[in-house]
Design a protein around this ligand. Structure first.
Ligand code: C2O
Length: 558
Protein backbone atom coordinates (compact mmCIF):
# COMPACT_ATOMS: atom_id res chain seq x y z
CA UNK A 1 0.00 0.00 0.00
CA UNK A 2 2.77 2.41 1.02
CA UNK A 3 4.54 1.94 -2.26
CA UNK A 4 1.34 2.61 -4.22
CA UNK A 5 0.81 5.87 -2.29
CA UNK A 6 4.43 6.77 -2.97
CA UNK A 7 4.06 6.01 -6.63
CA UNK A 8 0.94 8.18 -6.87
CA UNK A 9 2.66 11.04 -5.03
CA UNK A 10 5.64 10.74 -7.34
CA UNK A 11 3.42 10.92 -10.41
CA UNK A 12 1.61 13.96 -8.99
CA UNK A 13 4.94 15.63 -8.25
CA UNK A 14 6.20 14.85 -11.75
CA UNK A 15 3.08 16.31 -13.33
CA UNK A 16 3.24 19.47 -11.27
CA UNK A 17 6.91 19.93 -12.17
CA UNK A 18 6.06 19.52 -15.85
CA UNK A 19 3.18 21.96 -15.56
CA UNK A 20 4.56 24.49 -13.09
CA UNK A 21 8.30 24.11 -13.11
CA UNK A 22 10.63 24.01 -10.16
CA UNK A 23 12.18 26.56 -7.84
CA UNK A 24 15.73 27.64 -8.66
CA UNK A 25 17.80 29.37 -6.03
CA UNK A 26 20.71 31.67 -6.90
CA UNK A 27 23.13 33.58 -4.63
CA UNK A 28 24.38 36.82 -6.19
CA UNK A 29 27.09 38.52 -4.16
CA UNK A 30 27.71 41.99 -5.55
CA UNK A 31 31.45 42.45 -5.01
CA UNK A 32 34.35 44.49 -6.34
CA UNK A 33 36.82 42.57 -8.46
CA UNK A 34 40.03 43.97 -9.86
CA UNK A 35 40.46 43.10 -13.53
CA UNK A 36 43.93 42.99 -14.99
CA UNK A 37 43.43 41.56 -18.46
CA UNK A 38 41.75 44.56 -20.15
CA UNK A 39 43.06 47.99 -21.20
CA UNK A 40 43.38 49.07 -17.63
CA UNK A 41 43.53 47.47 -14.24
CA UNK A 42 40.76 48.72 -11.98
CA UNK A 43 38.19 47.42 -9.52
CA UNK A 44 34.80 46.75 -11.14
CA UNK A 45 31.39 45.95 -9.67
CA UNK A 46 30.49 42.33 -10.44
CA UNK A 47 28.23 39.42 -9.52
CA UNK A 48 30.31 36.84 -7.61
CA UNK A 49 33.55 38.36 -8.94
CA UNK A 50 32.73 37.48 -12.54
CA UNK A 51 32.66 39.67 -15.65
CA UNK A 52 30.38 39.09 -17.44
CA UNK A 53 28.31 37.67 -14.60
CA UNK A 54 27.24 34.02 -14.22
CA UNK A 55 24.48 32.75 -16.51
CA UNK A 56 21.15 32.20 -14.82
CA UNK A 57 19.65 28.96 -16.22
CA UNK A 58 15.97 28.08 -15.82
CA UNK A 59 13.03 26.58 -17.66
CA UNK A 60 9.75 28.13 -18.69
CA UNK A 61 7.42 27.95 -15.69
CA UNK A 62 10.19 27.91 -13.08
CA UNK A 63 10.11 30.03 -9.95
CA UNK A 64 13.41 31.90 -9.65
CA UNK A 65 14.78 33.13 -6.32
CA UNK A 66 17.89 35.30 -6.44
CA UNK A 67 19.32 36.48 -3.15
CA UNK A 68 21.29 39.64 -3.94
CA UNK A 69 23.80 40.60 -1.24
CA UNK A 70 25.32 44.07 -1.64
CA UNK A 71 28.99 44.00 -0.62
CA UNK A 72 30.06 47.19 -2.42
CA UNK A 73 29.87 50.86 -1.43
CA UNK A 74 27.22 51.75 -4.01
CA UNK A 75 23.48 51.32 -3.69
CA UNK A 76 22.51 48.39 -5.95
CA UNK A 77 19.45 46.93 -7.68
CA UNK A 78 19.22 44.23 -10.35
CA UNK A 79 16.71 44.17 -13.22
CA UNK A 80 15.72 40.95 -15.02
CA UNK A 81 15.48 42.50 -18.45
CA UNK A 82 12.55 41.14 -20.45
CA UNK A 83 11.08 39.01 -17.66
CA UNK A 84 7.42 39.98 -17.62
CA UNK A 85 7.04 39.94 -13.82
CA UNK A 86 3.30 39.24 -13.95
CA UNK A 87 1.93 40.85 -10.75
CA UNK A 88 5.45 40.77 -9.23
CA UNK A 89 6.67 44.29 -9.98
CA UNK A 90 8.49 44.18 -6.61
CA UNK A 91 11.04 41.94 -8.30
CA UNK A 92 11.51 44.04 -11.45
CA UNK A 93 14.47 46.01 -10.15
CA UNK A 94 14.71 49.58 -11.55
CA UNK A 95 15.83 51.79 -8.65
CA UNK A 96 13.15 54.21 -7.37
CA UNK A 97 10.64 52.85 -9.90
CA UNK A 98 9.73 49.48 -8.34
CA UNK A 99 12.00 49.38 -5.29
CA UNK A 100 14.35 51.43 -3.16
CA UNK A 101 17.98 50.41 -3.65
CA UNK A 102 19.69 47.64 -1.69
CA UNK A 103 22.06 49.61 0.51
CA UNK A 104 25.66 48.53 1.24
CA UNK A 105 25.64 45.55 3.60
CA UNK A 106 21.95 44.76 2.89
CA UNK A 107 20.33 42.03 0.81
CA UNK A 108 17.08 41.46 -1.05
CA UNK A 109 15.48 38.27 -2.37
CA UNK A 110 14.16 38.69 -5.93
CA UNK A 111 11.29 36.23 -6.37
CA UNK A 112 9.63 35.78 -9.77
CA UNK A 113 8.16 33.15 -12.06
CA UNK A 114 8.99 32.71 -15.75
CA UNK A 115 5.45 32.50 -17.10
CA UNK A 116 4.96 31.91 -20.84
CA UNK A 117 8.53 32.86 -21.74
CA UNK A 118 11.46 30.91 -23.08
CA UNK A 119 14.62 32.12 -24.83
CA UNK A 120 17.47 34.49 -24.04
CA UNK A 121 17.03 37.43 -21.70
CA UNK A 122 19.56 39.05 -19.39
CA UNK A 123 20.02 40.73 -16.04
CA UNK A 124 21.81 43.95 -15.21
CA UNK A 125 22.23 46.52 -12.45
CA UNK A 126 19.52 49.19 -12.73
CA UNK A 127 21.04 52.10 -10.87
CA UNK A 128 23.79 54.62 -11.74
CA UNK A 129 26.01 53.26 -14.54
CA UNK A 130 26.77 50.01 -12.67
CA UNK A 131 25.36 47.84 -15.42
CA UNK A 132 28.53 48.50 -17.44
CA UNK A 133 30.12 45.52 -15.64
CA UNK A 134 27.23 44.08 -13.60
CA UNK A 135 25.34 42.00 -16.15
CA UNK A 136 24.85 38.43 -17.31
CA UNK A 137 22.65 36.12 -19.39
CA UNK A 138 19.32 34.56 -18.47
CA UNK A 139 18.79 31.35 -20.46
CA UNK A 140 15.22 30.06 -20.26
CA UNK A 141 14.85 26.60 -21.79
CA UNK A 142 11.47 25.37 -23.00
CA UNK A 143 9.46 23.22 -20.57
CA UNK A 144 10.66 19.61 -20.17
CA UNK A 145 9.94 17.54 -23.29
CA UNK A 146 9.23 20.64 -25.40
CA UNK A 147 11.61 21.26 -28.28
CA UNK A 148 12.67 24.38 -30.15
CA UNK A 149 10.76 25.26 -33.36
CA UNK A 150 14.10 24.84 -35.22
CA UNK A 151 16.60 21.98 -35.53
CA UNK A 152 18.23 21.11 -32.23
CA UNK A 153 21.69 22.72 -32.10
CA UNK A 154 24.75 20.65 -31.25
CA UNK A 155 25.76 23.21 -28.62
CA UNK A 156 24.57 26.55 -27.21
CA UNK A 157 26.88 29.48 -26.48
CA UNK A 158 26.18 32.79 -24.71
CA UNK A 159 27.81 35.78 -26.44
CA UNK A 160 27.68 39.03 -24.46
CA UNK A 161 28.70 42.27 -26.18
CA UNK A 162 29.83 45.10 -23.94
CA UNK A 163 31.68 48.38 -23.61
CA UNK A 164 34.80 49.07 -21.55
CA UNK A 165 36.13 52.34 -20.14
CA UNK A 166 39.66 52.66 -18.80
CA UNK A 167 38.37 55.23 -16.31
CA UNK A 168 35.83 54.66 -13.56
CA UNK A 169 32.45 54.98 -15.29
CA UNK A 170 30.82 56.69 -12.30
CA UNK A 171 33.47 59.42 -12.57
CA UNK A 172 32.82 59.63 -16.35
CA UNK A 173 29.09 60.33 -15.97
CA UNK A 174 29.48 62.53 -12.86
CA UNK A 175 31.88 64.78 -14.72
CA UNK A 176 29.53 64.96 -17.72
CA UNK A 177 26.64 65.96 -15.47
CA UNK A 178 28.75 68.76 -14.01
CA UNK A 179 29.86 70.19 -17.32
CA UNK A 180 26.49 69.67 -19.02
CA UNK A 181 28.19 67.96 -21.94
CA UNK A 182 28.22 64.44 -23.37
CA UNK A 183 30.28 61.87 -21.42
CA UNK A 184 33.44 60.33 -22.89
CA UNK A 185 32.82 57.38 -25.18
CA UNK A 186 34.18 53.96 -24.18
CA UNK A 187 37.74 52.81 -24.87
CA UNK A 188 36.86 49.38 -26.25
CA UNK A 189 34.00 47.11 -27.16
CA UNK A 190 34.08 43.59 -25.76
CA UNK A 191 32.89 40.09 -26.66
CA UNK A 192 32.37 37.98 -23.54
CA UNK A 193 34.55 40.43 -21.64
CA UNK A 194 37.45 40.67 -24.10
CA UNK A 195 38.30 43.36 -26.68
CA UNK A 196 39.95 40.64 -28.75
CA UNK A 197 43.11 39.83 -30.68
CA UNK A 198 42.93 42.76 -33.12
CA UNK A 199 42.44 45.32 -30.39
CA UNK A 200 45.06 47.88 -29.41
CA UNK A 201 43.87 47.10 -25.94
CA UNK A 202 44.99 43.50 -26.01
CA UNK A 203 43.91 40.94 -23.51
CA UNK A 204 46.13 38.11 -22.30
CA UNK A 205 43.86 35.41 -23.63
CA UNK A 206 43.66 36.64 -27.24
CA UNK A 207 39.99 37.25 -26.79
CA UNK A 208 37.02 34.94 -26.77
CA UNK A 209 37.32 31.72 -28.83
CA UNK A 210 34.31 29.84 -30.12
CA UNK A 211 35.52 26.28 -30.67
CA UNK A 212 33.50 24.45 -33.34
CA UNK A 213 33.44 21.05 -34.98
CA UNK A 214 33.03 21.03 -38.74
CA UNK A 215 29.48 20.14 -39.81
CA UNK A 216 27.82 20.96 -36.49
CA UNK A 217 25.27 23.72 -35.79
CA UNK A 218 25.59 26.07 -32.83
CA UNK A 219 22.99 28.30 -31.18
CA UNK A 220 24.50 31.67 -30.27
CA UNK A 221 22.60 33.62 -27.63
CA UNK A 222 23.79 37.17 -28.32
CA UNK A 223 23.16 39.99 -25.84
CA UNK A 224 24.01 43.68 -26.28
CA UNK A 225 25.02 44.79 -22.79
CA UNK A 226 26.81 47.94 -24.03
CA UNK A 227 25.83 51.17 -22.29
CA UNK A 228 25.48 53.57 -25.18
CA UNK A 229 25.98 51.93 -28.55
CA UNK A 230 24.04 49.96 -31.12
CA UNK A 231 26.26 47.22 -32.54
CA UNK A 232 26.73 45.27 -35.76
CA UNK A 233 27.74 41.63 -35.26
CA UNK A 234 29.36 39.50 -37.98
CA UNK A 235 31.26 36.24 -38.43
CA UNK A 236 33.71 36.07 -41.34
CA UNK A 237 32.80 33.50 -44.01
CA UNK A 238 29.58 32.40 -42.29
CA UNK A 239 25.89 33.19 -42.54
CA UNK A 240 23.71 33.53 -39.47
CA UNK A 241 20.13 32.26 -39.22
CA UNK A 242 18.03 34.34 -36.84
CA UNK A 243 15.52 32.25 -34.86
CA UNK A 244 14.61 34.38 -31.85
CA UNK A 245 14.84 37.95 -30.51
CA UNK A 246 14.02 39.15 -26.98
CA UNK A 247 12.79 35.61 -26.08
CA UNK A 248 10.29 35.55 -28.97
CA UNK A 249 10.65 33.01 -31.79
CA UNK A 250 11.00 34.54 -35.25
CA UNK A 251 10.43 33.26 -38.75
CA UNK A 252 13.98 32.09 -39.48
CA UNK A 253 15.94 34.26 -41.89
CA UNK A 254 19.54 34.32 -42.97
CA UNK A 255 21.85 37.30 -42.85
CA UNK A 256 25.56 38.06 -42.68
CA UNK A 257 25.17 41.02 -40.30
CA UNK A 258 23.10 41.38 -37.13
CA UNK A 259 22.02 44.74 -35.71
CA UNK A 260 21.53 44.66 -31.96
CA UNK A 261 20.75 47.64 -29.71
CA UNK A 262 21.55 47.86 -26.02
CA UNK A 263 18.91 45.80 -24.20
CA UNK A 264 18.15 43.49 -27.10
CA UNK A 265 18.96 39.78 -27.38
CA UNK A 266 19.26 37.74 -30.59
CA UNK A 267 19.47 33.98 -30.99
CA UNK A 268 21.10 32.79 -34.16
CA UNK A 269 22.09 29.42 -35.59
CA UNK A 270 25.65 29.16 -36.87
CA UNK A 271 26.50 26.17 -39.03
CA UNK A 272 30.20 25.36 -39.05
CA UNK A 273 30.26 24.63 -42.78
CA UNK A 274 34.00 25.04 -43.32
CA UNK A 275 36.37 22.14 -42.78
CA UNK A 276 39.08 23.98 -40.91
CA UNK A 277 40.53 27.37 -40.04
CA UNK A 278 39.94 30.44 -37.93
CA UNK A 279 37.32 33.11 -38.69
CA UNK A 280 36.98 36.56 -37.18
CA UNK A 281 33.91 37.55 -35.14
CA UNK A 282 33.35 41.32 -35.01
CA UNK A 283 31.21 43.72 -32.98
CA UNK A 284 31.34 47.30 -34.27
CA UNK A 285 29.23 50.42 -33.63
CA UNK A 286 26.22 51.60 -35.62
CA UNK A 287 25.50 55.33 -35.34
CA UNK A 288 24.24 57.12 -38.43
CA UNK A 289 24.33 60.62 -36.95
CA UNK A 290 27.88 61.61 -37.78
CA UNK A 291 28.13 64.50 -35.29
CA UNK A 292 27.62 62.12 -32.37
CA UNK A 293 30.86 60.61 -31.10
CA UNK A 294 31.14 56.82 -30.91
CA UNK A 295 33.79 54.41 -29.79
CA UNK A 296 34.95 53.33 -33.24
CA UNK A 297 36.95 50.34 -32.05
CA UNK A 298 35.80 46.93 -33.19
CA UNK A 299 35.71 44.09 -30.68
CA UNK A 300 36.97 40.82 -32.13
CA UNK A 301 36.82 37.15 -31.27
CA UNK A 302 37.46 33.99 -33.28
CA UNK A 303 35.58 30.95 -34.50
CA UNK A 304 38.17 28.23 -34.14
CA UNK A 305 37.63 24.93 -35.99
CA UNK A 306 38.78 21.85 -34.12
CA UNK A 307 42.13 20.73 -35.40
CA UNK A 308 43.28 24.17 -36.61
CA UNK A 309 46.53 25.25 -35.04
CA UNK A 310 46.33 28.83 -33.80
CA UNK A 311 49.96 29.61 -34.49
CA UNK A 312 49.94 28.45 -38.12
CA UNK A 313 46.45 29.08 -39.51
CA UNK A 314 45.71 32.69 -40.41
CA UNK A 315 42.44 34.32 -39.42
CA UNK A 316 39.89 34.92 -42.18
CA UNK A 317 38.66 38.48 -41.78
CA UNK A 318 35.47 40.22 -42.81
CA UNK A 319 34.49 43.70 -44.02
CA UNK A 320 33.34 45.72 -41.02
CA UNK A 321 30.16 47.72 -41.71
CA UNK A 322 30.55 51.50 -41.76
CA UNK A 323 29.32 53.16 -38.57
CA UNK A 324 26.63 54.88 -40.69
CA UNK A 325 25.54 51.81 -42.67
CA UNK A 326 21.83 52.68 -42.38
CA UNK A 327 20.74 50.31 -45.21
CA UNK A 328 22.23 47.29 -43.39
CA UNK A 329 20.46 48.31 -40.18
CA UNK A 330 17.12 48.93 -41.91
CA UNK A 331 17.22 45.70 -43.87
CA UNK A 332 17.90 43.72 -40.68
CA UNK A 333 15.01 45.40 -38.79
CA UNK A 334 12.64 44.91 -41.72
CA UNK A 335 13.42 41.18 -41.90
CA UNK A 336 12.14 40.44 -38.39
CA UNK A 337 8.78 38.63 -38.20
CA UNK A 338 7.18 36.75 -35.31
CA UNK A 339 6.93 33.01 -35.90
CA UNK A 340 3.12 33.19 -35.61
CA UNK A 341 2.58 29.42 -35.42
CA UNK A 342 -0.22 27.45 -33.77
CA UNK A 343 1.84 27.15 -30.56
CA UNK A 344 3.12 30.71 -30.72
CA UNK A 345 0.32 32.83 -32.16
CA UNK A 346 0.48 36.58 -32.62
CA UNK A 347 -2.28 38.50 -30.85
CA UNK A 348 -1.88 42.11 -31.91
CA UNK A 349 -4.51 44.36 -30.28
CA UNK A 350 -6.79 45.57 -33.07
CA UNK A 351 -9.04 47.87 -31.03
CA UNK A 352 -7.08 50.68 -29.36
CA UNK A 353 -8.11 52.31 -26.07
CA UNK A 354 -5.13 54.65 -25.70
CA UNK A 355 -3.55 56.15 -28.80
CA UNK A 356 -0.34 57.87 -27.71
CA UNK A 357 2.31 59.91 -29.50
CA UNK A 358 5.60 60.31 -27.60
CA UNK A 359 8.41 62.46 -28.97
CA UNK A 360 11.80 61.18 -27.87
CA UNK A 361 15.01 63.10 -28.17
CA UNK A 362 17.55 65.51 -26.84
CA UNK A 363 17.28 69.19 -25.96
CA UNK A 364 19.31 71.99 -24.44
CA UNK A 365 18.48 73.80 -21.20
CA UNK A 366 20.20 76.81 -19.65
CA UNK A 367 22.73 75.96 -16.92
CA UNK A 368 24.69 78.73 -15.23
CA UNK A 369 27.41 76.44 -13.88
CA UNK A 370 27.89 74.42 -17.09
CA UNK A 371 30.69 74.86 -19.62
CA UNK A 372 28.65 76.55 -22.37
CA UNK A 373 26.04 77.99 -20.04
CA UNK A 374 23.76 75.16 -21.11
CA UNK A 375 23.32 71.45 -20.56
CA UNK A 376 22.16 68.60 -22.74
CA UNK A 377 18.90 67.08 -21.53
CA UNK A 378 16.68 64.33 -22.91
CA UNK A 379 12.93 64.08 -22.73
CA UNK A 380 9.72 62.35 -23.73
CA UNK A 381 7.00 64.78 -24.84
CA UNK A 382 9.25 67.56 -23.62
CA UNK A 383 9.33 66.24 -20.05
CA UNK A 384 12.67 65.24 -18.60
CA UNK A 385 11.75 62.66 -15.98
CA UNK A 386 12.80 63.18 -12.36
CA UNK A 387 13.20 60.11 -10.14
CA UNK A 388 11.60 60.18 -6.69
CA UNK A 389 13.95 59.74 -3.74
CA UNK A 390 11.80 59.01 -0.68
CA UNK A 391 9.96 55.96 -1.99
CA UNK A 392 9.70 53.93 -5.16
CA UNK A 393 6.85 54.74 -7.54
CA UNK A 394 5.43 51.24 -7.05
CA UNK A 395 5.35 51.67 -3.26
CA UNK A 396 3.75 55.09 -3.66
CA UNK A 397 1.10 53.54 -5.94
CA UNK A 398 0.47 50.45 -3.80
CA UNK A 399 0.31 52.31 -0.47
CA UNK A 400 -1.41 55.41 -1.89
CA UNK A 401 1.36 57.79 -0.84
CA UNK A 402 0.63 61.30 -2.06
CA UNK A 403 3.08 63.82 -3.53
CA UNK A 404 5.45 61.20 -5.00
CA UNK A 405 4.07 61.33 -8.56
CA UNK A 406 1.19 62.66 -10.62
CA UNK A 407 -0.70 60.81 -13.37
CA UNK A 408 -0.86 63.63 -15.89
CA UNK A 409 1.85 62.54 -18.33
CA UNK A 410 0.68 63.97 -21.67
CA UNK A 411 -0.44 61.49 -24.34
CA UNK A 412 0.86 63.79 -27.08
CA UNK A 413 3.60 66.43 -27.45
CA UNK A 414 2.78 69.88 -25.97
CA UNK A 415 3.55 71.48 -29.31
CA UNK A 416 3.27 70.03 -32.80
CA UNK A 417 6.25 70.92 -35.00
CA UNK A 418 8.36 69.39 -37.74
CA UNK A 419 9.81 66.85 -35.30
CA UNK A 420 12.61 65.58 -37.50
CA UNK A 421 13.58 69.04 -38.76
CA UNK A 422 15.79 71.26 -36.66
CA UNK A 423 12.80 72.13 -34.47
CA UNK A 424 12.16 75.10 -32.20
CA UNK A 425 15.45 75.53 -30.37
CA UNK A 426 13.78 77.63 -27.72
CA UNK A 427 11.51 74.75 -26.69
CA UNK A 428 12.38 74.69 -23.00
CA UNK A 429 12.30 71.17 -21.55
CA UNK A 430 10.18 70.73 -18.41
CA UNK A 431 10.92 68.39 -15.54
CA UNK A 432 8.49 66.23 -13.60
CA UNK A 433 7.60 62.87 -12.10
CA UNK A 434 4.52 62.37 -14.22
CA UNK A 435 3.08 58.93 -15.03
CA UNK A 436 0.53 57.79 -17.60
CA UNK A 437 -2.33 55.76 -16.15
CA UNK A 438 -3.80 52.70 -17.90
CA UNK A 439 -6.88 50.72 -16.96
CA UNK A 440 -6.25 46.98 -16.48
CA UNK A 441 -6.42 45.13 -19.81
CA UNK A 442 -6.77 48.30 -21.89
CA UNK A 443 -4.94 48.38 -25.22
CA UNK A 444 -2.28 50.87 -26.18
CA UNK A 445 -0.86 52.11 -29.45
CA UNK A 446 2.32 54.07 -28.82
CA UNK A 447 3.98 56.06 -31.62
CA UNK A 448 7.61 56.83 -30.74
CA UNK A 449 8.77 59.82 -32.76
CA UNK A 450 12.44 60.83 -32.77
CA UNK A 451 13.18 64.56 -32.77
CA UNK A 452 16.04 66.50 -34.36
CA UNK A 453 16.10 69.36 -31.85
CA UNK A 454 19.86 68.87 -31.35
CA UNK A 455 20.35 66.12 -33.90
CA UNK A 456 18.30 63.12 -34.95
CA UNK A 457 19.51 59.93 -33.30
CA UNK A 458 18.31 56.36 -33.00
CA UNK A 459 16.92 55.36 -29.60
CA UNK A 460 16.59 51.80 -28.25
CA UNK A 461 13.36 52.17 -26.27
CA UNK A 462 12.68 49.51 -23.62
CA UNK A 463 9.38 48.86 -21.85
CA UNK A 464 9.35 46.96 -18.55
CA UNK A 465 6.55 44.51 -17.65
CA UNK A 466 5.38 43.85 -21.22
CA UNK A 467 6.34 42.76 -24.68
CA UNK A 468 4.98 44.87 -27.50
CA UNK A 469 4.38 44.35 -31.20
CA UNK A 470 6.30 46.63 -33.56
CA UNK A 471 3.54 47.16 -36.14
CA UNK A 472 5.26 49.90 -38.13
CA UNK A 473 8.49 51.82 -38.57
CA UNK A 474 9.61 54.59 -40.87
CA UNK A 475 11.70 57.70 -41.43
CA UNK A 476 10.59 61.32 -41.14
CA UNK A 477 7.46 62.33 -39.26
CA UNK A 478 4.79 59.75 -38.45
CA UNK A 479 1.67 60.52 -40.47
CA UNK A 480 -1.52 59.42 -38.67
CA UNK A 481 -3.40 59.31 -41.98
CA UNK A 482 -0.91 57.60 -44.29
CA UNK A 483 1.44 55.61 -42.05
CA UNK A 484 -1.12 53.05 -40.69
CA UNK A 485 -1.82 51.67 -44.16
CA UNK A 486 1.58 49.97 -44.05
CA UNK A 487 1.14 48.46 -40.55
CA UNK A 488 1.83 44.75 -40.16
CA UNK A 489 -0.95 43.38 -37.95
CA UNK A 490 -0.39 39.76 -39.00
CA UNK A 491 3.11 38.72 -37.93
CA UNK A 492 4.91 41.81 -36.57
CA UNK A 493 7.92 41.17 -34.39
CA UNK A 494 7.18 41.08 -30.68
CA UNK A 495 9.90 42.31 -28.35
CA UNK A 496 10.78 44.37 -25.27
CA UNK A 497 13.27 46.83 -26.80
CA UNK A 498 12.89 48.56 -30.17
CA UNK A 499 15.48 50.60 -32.04
CA UNK A 500 13.56 53.67 -33.20
CA UNK A 501 15.30 54.78 -36.41
CA UNK A 502 17.27 58.00 -36.36
CA UNK A 503 15.02 60.81 -37.56
CA UNK A 504 12.12 58.38 -37.76
CA UNK A 505 9.39 56.61 -35.84
CA UNK A 506 8.17 53.23 -34.62
CA UNK A 507 4.64 52.18 -33.65
CA UNK A 508 4.14 49.72 -30.77
CA UNK A 509 1.00 47.96 -29.59
CA UNK A 510 0.46 46.15 -26.30
CA UNK A 511 -2.24 45.13 -23.86
CA UNK A 512 -1.95 46.48 -20.30
CA UNK A 513 -2.54 43.07 -18.69
CA UNK A 514 0.06 43.43 -15.94
CA UNK A 515 -0.84 45.65 -12.98
CA UNK A 516 1.94 47.77 -11.50
CA UNK A 517 4.30 50.60 -12.34
CA UNK A 518 6.36 50.00 -15.47
CA UNK A 519 9.36 51.94 -16.66
CA UNK A 520 9.74 53.06 -20.29
CA UNK A 521 13.17 54.44 -21.19
CA UNK A 522 15.94 54.73 -23.70
CA UNK A 523 18.44 51.90 -23.19
CA UNK A 524 21.32 54.23 -24.03
CA UNK A 525 22.33 54.79 -20.42
CA UNK A 526 23.41 58.37 -21.11
CA UNK A 527 19.94 59.23 -22.45
CA UNK A 528 18.25 57.67 -19.41
CA UNK A 529 20.54 59.70 -17.15
CA UNK A 530 19.57 62.85 -19.07
CA UNK A 531 15.85 62.12 -18.52
CA UNK A 532 14.59 60.12 -21.52
CA UNK A 533 12.27 58.01 -19.39
CA UNK A 534 8.72 57.85 -17.97
CA UNK A 535 6.49 55.23 -16.39
CA UNK A 536 3.05 53.74 -16.90
CA UNK A 537 0.88 52.91 -13.91
CA UNK A 538 -1.47 50.01 -14.67
CA UNK A 539 -4.46 49.69 -12.33
CA UNK A 540 -5.50 46.41 -10.73
CA UNK A 541 -8.27 44.52 -12.47
CA UNK A 542 -11.33 43.07 -10.72
CA UNK A 543 -10.58 39.39 -11.29
CA UNK A 544 -8.89 37.05 -8.82
CA UNK A 545 -5.44 37.13 -10.48
CA UNK A 546 -5.49 40.70 -11.70
CA UNK A 547 -3.94 42.65 -8.85
CA UNK A 548 -0.41 43.37 -7.66
CA UNK A 549 0.76 40.87 -5.05
CA UNK A 550 1.73 42.36 -1.68
CA UNK A 551 5.38 43.43 -1.32
CA UNK A 552 7.86 41.00 0.25
CA UNK A 553 8.89 41.67 3.85
CA UNK A 554 12.52 42.37 2.93
CA UNK A 555 11.70 45.09 0.34
CA UNK A 556 14.46 47.70 0.87
CA UNK A 557 13.71 51.11 2.44
CA UNK A 558 14.87 54.35 0.85
CU1 C2O B 1 17.47 46.68 -19.40
CU2 C2O B 1 15.13 49.45 -17.57
O1 C2O B 1 16.41 48.11 -18.47
Amino acid sequence: MVSLVHAILLVILLFSVLANGITRHYEFNVVLKTTTHLCSSKPIVTVNGRYPGPTLYAREGDNVLVNVVNKVNYNVTIHWHGVRQLRTGWADGPAYITQCPIQPGQSYLYNFTLTGQRGTLWYHAHILWLRVTLHGAIVIKPKPKVSYPFPKPYKEVVVILGEWWKADTEAVINQAMQTGQAPNVSDAHTINGHPGPLSACNSLQDGFKLHVKSGKTYLLRIINAALNEDLFFKIAGHKLTIVEVDAIYTKPFTTDTILITPGQTTNTLLTANKSTGRYLITASPFMDTMIIAVDNKTATATVHYDGSVATTSSITTTKIPQRNATPIATSFSNSLRSLNSREFPVNVPLEIDHSLLFTIGLGVNPCATCINGSRVVAAINNISFVMPSTSSLLQAHFFNLSRVFTTDFPGKPPLAFNYTGTGPRNLRTLTGTRLYRLRYNSTVQLVLQDTGIIAPESHPIHLHGFNFFVVGMGVGNYNPKASPSAFNLVDPIERNTVGVPSGGWAVLRFRADNPGVWFLHCHFEVHTTWGLKMAFVVDDGNGPNESILPPPADLPHC
